[in-house]
Design a protein around this ligand. Structure first.
Ligand code: SOE
Length: 392
């Protein structure tokens, strides 16, 4: 079978999740291309060598430029912090590689726009791009979109979206890269707010047209981390402290072009909430709600049912005719977080093999970036900020 030879840059949390997907995808799904885990790249030789062995990569490298230039690489998978996305993606596209890039696409609208333009130019040469908004690929979320598109909740009036985490409530938690604007671009807003912006636009098929926002940084100074690590770095009281340069929480109101109004909340200070992503839609004919902590379920309220039968129904999203589920276990056997990445890899491989554009493309991700930017400008000015449409 023809191969899709992957070079992945970055091997921390997201790198591990993507590796799991590349390892599994051809075992779960019947696809015309075989993913091959050719090389993983990281800055530290020892660590990347260990990651290659643990995660199942054939080889390791320390210079992403060489990986991107290799003739035997078809796709570059970017799992690094946001400050390197644009440079790596632009180089990969120039070298004719397909690109999968973690979210948010970039650290600024200018970078995201340059990436989307480069993707559009590369697309004319058959090169495909995708941004890793993995929650789209949770079967219950895909089912939510299917129900909305089929008109089962009628006209969407309300969107209520929250993404709640609590991993930095402790003021002694160190200043990891996700808390630095120069590396991450923004805080809770770009890291987790981006997911609910993408997810709600995806399930409704509507676009955010304007926002009114506020952001807050509750803890403005933190101990410096002992080493550049991810979510679990330990503090070092002796290394001094540094300034938190991103938001801890971002809240905003929005309007969408289908007429719906929405509320969004993204925070890392929701004590007790570990990864609480919840989206509820209320429409003229019903409602539908998803909660990631119960990711194999979807709540559905059908206002057209006889009044004595009305009430929220819990759909267990494990039937073979639910999105993606035929590939897994018999009905009633649930799946987990990692499957969303396997589904992402499945959709990307299928699109590349079919010569089609996968979604969300870099252009779709640019649209999310425009919303993030509008949120920051609205929070800074206390004003309503419109969001322009960039998509054709
Ligand atoms: C940290 O907040 C994080 O790992 C995000 O970066 C991911 O996108 C999200 O899925 C889980 O939380």
């Amino acid at each position: 079978m023809e191969q899709l030879r992957v070079g992945m840059v970055g091997h921390a949390f997201m790198g591990a999740a993507h590796s799991q997907a590349w390892r599994t995808v051809n075992h779960a799904f019947d696809l015309p291309l075989q993913a091959r885990m050719s090389v993983v790249c990281g800055r530290d030789e020892d660590r990347v060598a260990a990651a290659a062995a643990t995660l199942g990569w054939e080889a390791h490298a320390t210079d992403w430029r060489k990986v991107v230039a290799r003739d035997d690489i078809d796709l570059v998978d970017i799992c690094t912090p946001g400050d390197t996305h644009a440079e790596i993606a632009l180089a990969a596209l120039a070298a004719g590689k397909h690109v999968l890039c973690e979210k948010p696409l970039a650290n600024s609208v200018a970078e995201a726009r340059e990436m989307a333009e480069a993707a559009a130019a590369a697309q004319t040469r058959g090169v495909r791009t995708m941004c890793g908004f993995n929650y789209r690929r949770v079967p219950a979320v895909a089912l939510m979109r299917r129900l909305v598109a089929a008109g089962r909740i009628g006209t969407v009036r309300h969107i209520r979206a929250v993404y709640l985490q609590d991993w930095i409530v402790d003021p002694e938690f160190p200043l990891v890269w996700r808390l630095r604007r120069d590396v991450a671009g923004s805080g809770a807003l770009g890291d987790i707010g981006a997911h609910i912006v993408d997810l709600t636009q995806y399930v409704t098929g509507a676009r955010i047209t304007g926002v009114s926002a506020l952001t807050e940084t509750f803890v403005r100074e933190r101990p410096l981390p002992t080493e550049a690590a991810g979510l679990s770095a330990t503090g070092n009281g002796h290394a001094g402290s540094g300034e938190v340069t991103v938001d801890d929480a971002a809240l905003f109101l929005a309007r969408l072009d289908g007429g719906a109004i929405a509320t969004y909340e993204a925070t890392r200070f929701a004590t007790g909430r570990k990864n609480g992503l919840r989206v509820e839609l209320n429409g003229s004919l019903g409602s539908v709600a998803f909660d990631f902590e119960r990711m194999n379920e979807l709540e559905f309220y059908d206002a057209t049912a006889p009044s004595d039968e009305q009430g929220f129904t819990r759909i267990l999203v494990t039937e073979p005719d639910h999105p993606y589920m035929a590939a897994w276990w018999p009905a009633g056997h649930p799946i987990g977080y990692e499957h969303s990445f396997t589904h992402e890899a499945r959709d990307l491989i299928a699109a590349i093999a079919a010569g089609e554009d996968p979604a969300p493309s870099f252009a779709d991700a640019l649209q999310v970036q425009l919303v993030l930017d509008a949120v920051e400008r609205s929070a800074a000015t206390s004003a309503w900020v419109p969001v322009e449409a960039e998509l054709a």
